[in-house]
Ligand binder design. Sequence first.
Ligand code: NDP
Length: 308
Amino acid sequence: MTFLYKADPVRGAAWAELMGRAMPEMPFRIWPDIGDPLAVRFLAAWQPPVDLGTQFPHLEILFATGAGTDHFDFSAIPPSLPVVRMVESGIVQGMVEYVTLAVLSQHRDWRTYQEQQRAQTWQSHRVYPAASRRVGVLGLGTLGRAVLEQLRSFGFPCAGWSRSPQQLNGVECHHGAEGLQALLARTDILICLLPLTDSTRGILCQRLFDQLPRGATVINVGRGGHLVQDDLLRALDAGQIGNAVLDVCDPEPLPPGHPFWTHPKVVLTPHIASMTQPETAVEAVVENLRRYRQGLPMVGLVDRSLGY
Ligand code: NDP
């Protein structure tokens, strides 16, 4: 019974050590050293092999090493194979840090002051209270909830949007198509933390931007496919969107010469908002294996009909 790992080999070495300590009875292998394919029961992969079903006929669980599975080709994954995405505290902590940084930078005019420093300009601007800056989060899952909890502690009026109705302490919750309109109308800083699915692809588009208050900020930490890039450029140039912080793009890396690289109102980072941390990821996998063996529901099990 082998556990196979197919992702970044450097982090794989850390996984091997941690798994060896947590489950010494389970042989752990790192791709491409797969050993006997018939013995592979569990696979943790960023990108599963194309012929997964035939190559590993006894595979019992596919663990994604990332929080999203939008890059998986589900048509090539046996329909009965459980796919579990990564839900672990390291990813959550990284995302909370990144979004807090982006929101506070925006709230406290950080970019303006950096520009002023370079121009040797000593000039203050009014500091607005957090209570006057309305934050809205698309996606009330593991990450959206954690981000809202942190932002709420600064005093930002917080709202969130999900597919199904949700309840969160101190957060105005909206859901469904009608709920989106209400969320956008009251949001100065919009954060996208949705999974990329057929229903959310291209959601950050002109129509959505037009429903935000003029000059709103857009922070996309979901996936590049959520954003219609030309619509954002138009909205930035027209002033409808004041600033954008983009951690994700389509394609990644962004091609040389793309307008986002140099746009004065865009902050761009190379998909680093949050990363799976081997220590906490292995803990999550071990806990899910325990649940699986005891017939309990695994945390992060992907609902293929919904795509997340
Ligand atoms: P979850 O699956 O826990 O949460 C997803 C949320 O989105 C849920 O609240 C869900 O609604 C909502 N949602 C899904 N589809 C729709 C829809 N059509 N309309 C409205 N709401 C919808 O995901 P996580 O919070 O763990 O992660 C979110 C995403 O963040 C990942 O899929 C990934 O794309 C991105 N990510 C980015 C990283 C980065 O470094 N930039 C790192 C990690 C993740 P409901 O509650 O009703 O199910």
